[in-house]
Design a protein around this ligand. Structure first.
Ligand code: OAD
Length: 229
């Protein structure tokens, strides 16, 4: 028999217990930085150095954080299930937690790219400075999907969700589209779970979900307990 397919859709909350700040919680990353400044194309045009400083700092921080139990348990599930992860996060904690099929909807902090062709990526190992050029002559930039840019992986993500037997949404405020709309593509008999200590789903949507109101590490443990019952 084919293994059941579990698709995880994760947001900043799954990395919170690893010490990576979320965006919209009170102590979120945006503190001191408005979204407009550091996560939009306009912000980039206005002040490239500020944007680069911000992502250089985020990238450096990755070296000092570790995957938590939630990432690791999801990685372990590959032994028994067909697992794929769609994440809005730009960190590599799912990969380090053992997941081998990870789709980064909003880009990756460990890659930089050309600013005229984002698919021309390079490893982002050192700070990027204004004036650092790709071999095509353009300014190097972080490989991040800013507001105002296309989410090029969304069609692939839709296909993953359509074929899921179980969809588990973890640690996201479901405010940012198109990621927040992905759940609509789940088939009618797909089992739906939402793990978040402060769930943001409207009650109209939440009625279709098993809502686990816990932090990611505890919530994923509970999900696995239900799964294997
Ligand atoms: P948000 O910061 O909007 O939401 C984080 C969610 O995680 C909230 O619902 C919290 O309640 C929840 N949370 C906090 N601690 C948690 C924990 N320990 N375990 C589980 N959940 C926890 O982050 P996202 O929804 O991921 O995009 O934000 C989406 C996008 O907005 C990001 O990918 C980013 C940002 O703009 C870009 O930078 C392009």
């Amino acid at each position: 028999m084919m293994n059941k397919k579990i698709v995880f859709l994760t947001g900043a909350g799954i990395s919170a217990e690893s010490g990576v700040k979320t965006f919209r919680d009170y102590d979120g990353l945006w503190e001191g930085h408005s979204v407009e400044e550091v996560a939009t194309l306009d912000g980039w045009e206005k002040d490239k150095q500020k944007v680069l400083d911000f992502y250089n700092e985020r990238r450096r921080q990755l070296g000092s954080v570790e995957p938590n139990l939630a990432h690791k348990l999801i990685g372990d599930l590959e032994k028994d299930y067909d697992v794929s992860v769609i994440t809005q996060n730009v960190d590599d904690l799912h990969e380090r937690g053992g997941s081998t099929k990870v789709m980064h909807l909003h880009g990756e902090l460990l890659k930089m790219c050309s600013s005229i062709d984002k698919e021309k990526t390079l490893p982002y190992n050192d700070d990027i400075k204004v004036g650092d050029k790709h071999s095509d002559g353009s300014q190097l930039r972080p490989y991040i999907v800013w507001f105002g840019e296309d989410v090029t992986l969304i069609d692939d993500a839709v296909e993953e969700v359509k074929t899921a037997d179980i969809l588990v949404i973890i640690g996201t405020s479901l405010e940012v589209y198109p990621a927040a709309g992905l759940m609509r593509y789940a088939k009618s008999n797909c089992d739906l779970y939402y793990i978040d200590p402060k769930p943001k789903m409207s009650s109209g949507v939440a009625q279709y979900f098993t809502v686990i109101k816990k932090v990611a590490t505890e919530g994923v443990k509970e999900f696995i307990y239900i799964l294997k019952k």
